[in-house]
Design a protein around this ligand. Sequence first.
Ligand SMILES: [Zn+2]
Ligand SMILES: [Zn+2]
Length: 345
Amino acid sequence: MKTTYRAMQISSPGILELVERPTPQPGHGEVLIEVEACGICGADAADIEDADPTLQPPRVPGHEVVGRIVALGTGVASIWKMGQRVRIGRLAGHCNECVPCRRGRFELCLNQSSVGADCDGGYAEMMLARSTGLVSIPDDLAAESAAPILCAGLATFNALKKSGAQAGDTVVILGVGGLGHMALQYARKMGYLVVAVGRGSDIAEDALALGAHHYIDTRQEDAAAKLQAMGGAQVIVSTISHAEAVAALMKSLAPQGRLVVLGVDKDPLPVSRGHLVIGERSVMGSLTGTPYDNERALNFSVLADVRPLIETMPLERANEAYQRMKSGDVKFRMVLIMDRSRKSA
Ligand SMILES: [Zn+2]
Ligand SMILES: [Zn+2]
């Protein structure tokens, strides 16, 4: 194995720099992963812009990581082998000791870091990972396709499963971006009547091609009124951060309908309590999920032929790739690819 590896670390808030670092040894319960691909998620923006400038060495962002195990630490479960293809997502691996872990709710573990925020992530040729956070990757999935499924895919797959929607129900996907373009595909394959709600007509064709039965352009139409005329939404999955747009659409929830919130920002969500109580409507948040949930999402993606639409760039162009993600122009997910010929040298 090479004694050094290349990484894009956060040199100052908002700026990434290419560095060469010594290859680390995995500690107890850890593995070393040779990274093949790493998706650039909307959540990376907070990690990169709000990075602690005093941290040494600076943080390496990225939490949609696919690669191979190249070194095993002590105390790693025997299911993980040298050379195995794995991924690590936002949740860095659970402790197996806290109360949520003992309840089997590993995604709620109290001693779990966020990859790319509290520990180094995958904008790098190598990364250390806690083995409890690992997910096994099916061989039929290319690394660059698997990477976004691990965060955008899992988040939306689990949100739809937790939403309580039944086959044939009207499910609204609010926002047609990195998360939304996965949610539309899953929702269609799960058998719902799928309505995409977005801003502008330029995205309509994409939304329909991805699986929406209907597209509503909020610049042209009152989306809540149109959905009410269609009988109301059983579920709204919100992938956007703009609180007022989410609140406006809530009026379209059918009795016992549910709003599932994935997109976040700092603003509170204004909700009519009467609207909740009188129709027994509810609002829930949904996190990504456990490694087991992730394997389910990956397997369903293979089974139902759901794939992210991606653009790729090499690791050393991470600044440019990150800026393109922030501009909102990427269709629909930007993925960094490592130069494998370099690593095997
Ligand atoms: Zn993410
Ligand atoms: Zn725990």
